[in-house]
Design a protein around this ligand. Sequence first.
Ligand code: ZN
Length: 560
Amino acid sequence: MAHAVKELYPGTKLAIGPSIADGFYYDLDSDHTISEEDLPKIEKKMKEIIKSKRPFVRKELTKDEAVRMFQDMGETYKVELINELDDGTVSVYEEGDFVDLCRGPHLEKTSMVKAFKLLSVAGAYWRGDEKNKMLQRIYGTAFPTREELQKHLDFLEEVKKRDHRRLGKELDLFSLTDDIGAGLVLWHPRGASIRRVIESFWLDEHQKAGYQILYTPHMAKLDLWQKTGHLDFYRDNMYSPMEIDEMEYEIKPMNCPFHVSVFKSQLRSYRDLPLRYAELGTVYRYERSGVLHGLLRVRGFTQDDAHIFCREDQIDDEVLKVLDFTLFVLKTFGFDDYNIYLSTRPDKYVGTEGAWDKATNALEKALKHKELSYEVDPGEGVFYGPKIDIKVTDSLGRQWQCSTIQVDFNIPERLDINYRDSDSRDSRPIMIHRALMGSLERFFGVLIEHYAGAFPLWLAPVQVSVLTIAERHAEFARTVADRLIQEGIRADIDTDNEKIGKKIRRATLSKTPYMCIIGDKEMEKNAVTIRMRSGDSAGEKNIDELVDFLRDEISKRRQI
Ligand code: ZN
């Protein structure tokens, strides 16, 4: 591709062109603005190069030779890269009159490229730094066969269709606007309705699992963040402090210190533990504008956060409970498949080796007890403790990081939290941070794509649309809708003076799970005809049957 671009647009300089998951890209510096319309032209040139069946020849040069060669070619980005290499020799690959810096290995000849496609064009700063020049990036992909390429292109098409930013707009779920600011989410009524269902499910289940619910402020004195150590290791992700009454305050990037303050508000005895505090806590973190992405990466978000304070002898049991709880919650949202990672002690850490071993063992024991397969990431734990991360697999087979369970030896020490043990001595509790969904914003984005916007009945913003065939059915339809609403079912009504086919289409486009159609026949029998959004019929039911049926389906939280 780089060869083709250089032939088509002479003077183009090459920057970095790596392979990535499912494809490759190349960052280019060209006077010609490459647009998507140019891609077929570049593909055509690539096909010519492939047809030439020229070999790729490897050559090894000293660093000086390589620098001189790329300097003569005007490839200033390559010169910069070579100068930073540690090795004394560098390898280049030649194909015809084209040469590029490459570590290899490489295909033997151009004709071995069987099926490829250029996908898109984007802007990218040299080395990802917004202070550097903006380059042009071309994305592409290649496969050994046409069939495999087509399969991948179909997958990409499906990904595009499910893009939560697109569905969020089409289904009127949420928005992000320049008026409000980058990475700050507005939840529209239909999105907020789904969030409320998720939140109330979350709150109910936490209460059942022995958690106590907290609410804490959105900011706190700068002092607090000094004590926790956030100012030392997290400042880049925090916003500038503001002054109130000649005192500096900071908007919160985390909820942890607030929960610790609640713990410390009373003298705690060993009999009080474990204490489990949970909060849907909204936090604000600075993310570079380049990495913001719809709901998946934002600047203000609500964590489904909890902190468990327990004794050392309770840690096994608590970790097991959290793990069970996590898997139950993920399953409720249709995630049965996940990858689990256990991160162990890094080189730099706080706490004793013994405590790390104990906590790591507890995490590992819980995973083994549940017969879950997991990968160990040696040394990838946070400096304050080991952790389990869970990535769910969505309906397209993509992985998303959601849940995390982290043991913390740092905060209990720094904030000096104690309980009175059975010998009336002060003892440090173990602290576990955990989030099941991660953040509501991100989890919602993942759910939208996972369900392709067709939320299961229990989550759907509108669960039932009551549709009339003619105007004379409007009054009866209204009594049906009112009854459903009284029963706690989210129903709306469409009595517009339009053909029933159009109303069905409208409800189908909003992905409403059930439509209740009302005509003369139904009115006579005090019944409705039920149609599912798939287009299938669910038969005729009288109003009481309809209510029972829907309430039963909702309470089961079925995945359809
Ligand atoms: Zn925390």
